[in-house]
Design a protein around this ligand. Structure first.
Ligand code: ARG
Length: 469
């Protein structure tokens, strides 16, 4: 008995059903169909141009592949586990459709360089989509910063109220974090922008192919210079997944803050009704499920990165079937990240800022204590001494159940004769915020400048797209 597979020539037995199910990847790599067809069309064109196959056969192949593409997109294509993966499913359908010419498509190609090409095309394409979603979210942070300019909240260290800041400053911190993510995505794109086809199984091919033709056909910036590297490299996937994990960590940190801020204890924001759910038992509940889920899904994306690192570790060159494991985690990371970016933009847009409560949290606390110390320093006291005196005043206020603003001037004077009437202005939240006018600080002027730079940066990114078109 022989083996029916496209590679079955040297086999006497057909593949065991369970083994076939185990090693087949069609259940998940069907997602690559568009890229597989795109790559095969470029390959067929190249083969004809280099006179490795006839123009006539190339045309038949291209027409056939386009018909298969249509069928897949119309949901009329029957993916079969029998044919293992997306590459063999399409090749089989092509040969069934156009006969002998279909059998010429795989000349000078291996599934090893074919799958590498598909994955490069997929990663590049998805990075572009993710960049667009990311930019949209970045825009929401700028809008939130602009809309709430003037809102003062407590800034925290150790989750203890530390110094008053502008809420906009907090929003913009996330903008800049995401801006670094954008730069990381562009770098991951560059790493994926290498064309592997022509590497063959591992060593190149005996046919007079033209790799540059395929490179230009598929708009790749660069060619792999080494065929072994071309089929073994998954660095670009690791880079993308690292970037995706860092992005998820950013979203997760903000999720944590949104969850805290919408608790009764903080009561700083309210998420839109349309973005929350209730409890089946407790009628009063409004739960911040979306940020909770984003926080939860972060573990998943990081997990996929870890799995991929582990798959790659100690893997000898060149192709090994282990590499088939590069797909499910990546696909899931891509879909998870995209979904999170979409919902997060909605959450930020719909979030109501309770500025009164933030204000109260600033006033009914000691987050202006640094300003008290700074006041004394500006009256020429050494900082350490000023810190000591201010600490004593805070202690005194805590004992009496009052705040710094409630202390009378003559009481202040018992701690230091440097105090004057102007102390009351110096410890007002607005003064505290606006006095932090150092570059990148929380003063209104500095925050306005950040908004200006952020917008200018977005403008530059958008106009770079336009000049590419
Ligand atoms: N399905 C395989 C993968 O995703 C395609 C490459 C298979 N190559 C091979 N020689 N078995 O990695």
């Amino acid at each position: 008995m022989s083996n029916e597979k496209l590679w079955g020539g040297r086999f006497e037995k057909s593949t065991d059903k369970t083994i076939n199910d185990f090693q087949a990847s069609i259940n998940f790599d069907w997602r690559l169909y568009k890229y597989d067809i795109q790559g095969s069309i470029a390959h067929a064109k190249m083969l004809a141009k280099c006179e490795i196959i006839s123009e006539d056969d190339a045309q038949k192949i291209i027409d056939g592949l386009n018909k298969i593409l249509q069928k897949i997109e119309n949901n009329e294509f029957d993916f079969k586990t029998e044919y293992e993966d997306i590459h063999l499913n399409i090749e089989k359908a092509l040969t069934d459709l156009i006969g002998e010419a279909g059998g010429r498509l795989h000349t000078a190609r291996s599934r090893n360089d074919q799958v590498a090409l598909d994955m490069h095309l997929y990663v590049r394409d998805e990075i572009s989509k993710i960049c667009a979603l990311l930019l949209n979210l970045m825009k929401e942070f700028i809008l939130a910063a602009e809309k709430n300019l003037g809102v003062i909240m407590p800034g925290y260290t150790h989750l203890q109220r530390a110094q008053p800041i502008l809420f906009s400053h907090h929003m913009l911190a996330y903008f800049w974090m995401l801006e670094r993510d954008y730069a990381r995505l562009i770098n991951a794109y560059r790493s994926a922008d290498f064309m592997p086809l022509g590497a063959g199984a591992l060593a190149g091919t005996t046919f007079p192919i033209d790799r540059k033709f395929v490179q230009h056909e598929l708009k790749f910036e660069l060619l792999y210079r080494n065929s072994l590297d071309a089929v073994s490299d998954r660095d670009y996937i690791l880079e993308f997944m690292s970037t995706a994990s860092i992005m998820m960590i950013h979203l997760s940190r903000l999720s944590e803050e949104l969850i805290l801020w919408s608790s009764r204890e903080f009561n700083f924001i309210e998420l839109d009704d349309a973005h929350c759910t209730g409890s089946s038992m407790m009628p009063q509940k409004k739960n911040p499920d979306v940020p909770e889920l984003v926080r939860g899904k972060t573990g998943r994306v990081i997990g996929h990165l870890m799995a991929m690192f582990t798959t790659m570790k100690a893997l000898p060159l060149a192709y090994n079937k282990d590499l088939q494991e590069d797909k499910e985690g990546l696909f899931d990371a891509v879909e998870t990240l995209k979904f999170c970016l979409i919902v997060f933009a909605q959450i930020i847009e719909g979030m109501k800022v309770k500025s009164e409560n933030m204000r109260r949290a600033v006033e009914e606390d000691f987050s202006n204590a640094t300003d008290l110390a700074d006041y004394l320093v500006k009256k020429n006291l050494p900082f350490r001494q000023a810190h000591e005196i201010s600490g004593k005043i805070v202690h005194h206020c805590i004992e009496r159940g009052i705040y710094l603003k409630d202390l009378k001037l003559d009481e202040y004077k018992t701690f230091s004769d440097k105090f004057d009437e102007d102390i009351f202005d110096a410890i007002k939240p607005e003064t505290c915020v606006n006095a932090r006018d150092s570059y990148g600080g929380t003063s209104t002027e500095q925050v306005e400048m950040q908004i200006f730079y952020a917008k200018e940066l977005m403008q530059r990114i958008f106009s770079s797209f336009e000049s590419e078109e």
